[in-house]
Design a binder for this molecule. Sequence first.
Ligand code: PLP
Length: 370
Amino acid sequence: MKTGPGDLMLVNNLTQVSGRTGSNEFHPTRPAPENENNGFKLAGGILGAIGGTPLVPLQKIFAPSPFNCFAKLESLNPGGSSKDRPSVAIIERALQTGEIDSDTLIVESSSGNTGIGLAQVCAYHGLRFRCLIDPKVTQQNVDILKAYGAEIEMIEHPDPETGEILPTKLKRIDEILKSVKNSFWVDQYASPENSGAHYRSTVKEILRDLDGRMLDYLFIATATCGTIRGCLDYLLDHGFPTKVIAVDALGSQIFSNAKHARVIPGLGSGICPKLTPTDGVHKVVHVTALDCVVGCRRLARTEAILAGGSSGGVISAIERMSNEIPEGSTAVALLPDRGERYLDSIYSDEWVRNNLGDIAHHWTKVEEKV
Ligand SMILES: Cc1ncc(COP(=O)(O)O)c(C=O)c1O
């Protein structure tokens, strides 16, 4: 159990963050005043289509339900995920400040959505991008990265001392930065633009689309914490009483020390990111891979939304908390990406059997519910 950022209490996988504690000295997301309302100002062409994703009512999956639930479909960003927002913000900010130019080698470690988001932005701007991937990457993601023209470097071996792949990746990034004079590390785990992109756009869009309804609950999946940090800071700075729920993977190091293997891409982290909110999170719900699978499949069969693994975790978290959401409240589920890239995993019975054991029993129960 972690103390420090917030007071955490683990209760049946629900981590209660009690109140606002201490001062929040690291304020990475607050944009400079001249950037207020400057969502994706520079973005042209396809990049201008980033953000402004739809908010759709979920009328079936929790029915009958005393509260209203909406889903924000980040899958409808052109690169397919919420990571388009920080990708364009980080690169265009660095272009604006002169940190990068047309000759810069941009480097990041990602086997998923961030890599794809950056590959898209760099392709549009004609920039060189090298993506460090690891053996867990899917062939489809490699193919997408290649299609955008990204350079790909596979980091095969975990660090011999810790058995983790992250230190090896960080070491390699350090080597690249030292050996290539004009190079730039995106550093999504610490970049103020990661959370800043969400601060400037995501909650504003939700509030606009809720058309005067109060946003009572906001459910957000966590990895780098860019999304939750940006949304939460915006809500706190503007005095909204919204209860923000962090949905994290069981075994993730963000809000807990109970470390074990995680199999859902993009959910949870092996480190506690610098962007982790230190206060203001109402509750942390830890979900299992099976929660993600069940949530995804129910979402596809009831609402006809084919979403990625972390979205399934968000749906299961809402389900788990549904008894404590007061009648008439409005909840929003931020769904980070689309399901097509998970047909070989989340939506494959064979993968589920091989990786999570036989879930037929659970699945039958879920089907009865639907
Ligand atoms: C599928 C998916 N869900 C959730 C997240 C978490 O977003 P964040 O990094 O902003 O915490 C990510 C981030 O990569 C992701 O790819």
